[in-house]
Design a protein around this ligand. Structure first.
Ligand code: AMP
Ligand code: ZN
Ligand code: FE
Ligand code: FE
Length: 282
């Protein structure tokens, strides 16, 4: 059974490879269908669909939206959405604007810590409107201030580190509603980020389902077998769809590969049918 990968980033957000190169890697490992899920932007989808047609890979339009719940981030993936929807487009533009509000404040903090870089340099490297901390990390790498993106996050950019600046983020319910309004399927990304007991995660997913959530990303590059089993159980108990993907970014997550994650990821093509069915009736 061929594999699929429903969580991939490209140069349209903070991935380091353009869609065509991501799809070429996908083809090499036998991925039959994939979703491009750039942060807060859908501009990479036409190019991805075109490359998919050339390479014989089915491309599902997607997006990933960050939201804030208490003091942590929940990421909501959206699949099969109408990426040309003008209301969605306005909302995503607002999310990108909140990045441009935050990023210069991160740069200022880095400058105060003695690191010489400008937001102009970061925007030039990003080459897209969806500018994120991984782009800042890459400029720090290029200037030799850090050896890896991980080091940039561990020393400066992660929450509770000295150059961290929170971004204005929607509530999970808003992100879910925006995806639903564009006829997409909202899915909770990488539940391992939800630092909760199994019962805590169950209750959170129950609440999110009441707000319109339709699925959980059960299969993910860094999920341990026990976590995958727990999330699968949660999805079954709540009658939520099951998805999976690598969260490939290229350079900023060098240990994660398209389609296979850290080597052990295998997302079955069988998961597609229920997703498509849900998309056709939503
Ligand atoms: P932002 O969306 O600009 O707030 O940046 C958050 C993004 O940075 C996440 O979606 C990840 O893609 C990435 N990220 C977070 N932590 C790390 C890390 N330790 N190493 C590399 N990338 C990270
Ligand atoms: Zn990212
Ligand atoms: Fe994410
Ligand atoms: Fe992601």
């Amino acid at each position: 059974m061929p594999r699929i990968d429903l969580h991939l980033h490209t140069t349209y957000s903070d991935g380091s490879l353009p869609p065509t190169e991501v799809l070429t890697l996908a083809q090499k490992v036998g991925v039959s269908a994939l979703a491009i899920t750039d942060h807060d932007i859908v501009d990479g989808i036409p190019e991805s669909i075109e490359a998919g047609a050339r390479l014989g890979i089915e491309v599902i339009p997607g997006v990933e939206i960050s939201s804030r719940y208490d003091d942590r981030e929940l990421h909501i993936l959206g699949y099969f959405l109408d990426w040309r929807d003008p209301v969605l487009s306005t909302r995503l533009a607002q999310l990108r604007a909140s990045r441009h509000q935050r990023n210069p404040r991160i740069i200022q903090k880095l400058n105060e810590l003695g690191l010489a870089l400008t937001y102009e340099e970061v925007k030039a490297l990003a080459g897209t409107d969806s500018v994120g901390r991984p782009h800042i990390a890459r400029v720090l790498m290029e200037k030799g201030y850090v050896q890896s993106a991980k080091e940039a996050f561990d020393r400066y950019l992660a929450q509770d580190k000295p150059a961290y600046v929170p971004r204005q983020l929607p509530e999970p319910a808003e992100a879910i509603a925006w995806i639903r309004a564009a006829r997409g399927i909202p899915v909770l990304a990488h539940p391992t980020w939800v630092k909760e007991s199994a019962e805590g995660l169950y209750r959170l997913c129950e609440k999110l389902k009441a707000e319109g959530l339709m699925g959980i990303e059960v299969h993910y590059s860094t999920h341990k077998p026990q976590q995958t089993a727990e999330y699968l159980n949660t999805a079954k108990r709540l009658d939520l769809l099951v998805t999976g993907g690598s969260d490939f970014h290229g350079l900023t997550k060098p240990d994660i590969e398209v389609g296979v994650g850290r080597g052990g990821l295998k997302v079955s093509e069988k998961l597609l049918e229920p997703l498509k069915k849900a998309a056709s009736i939503s």
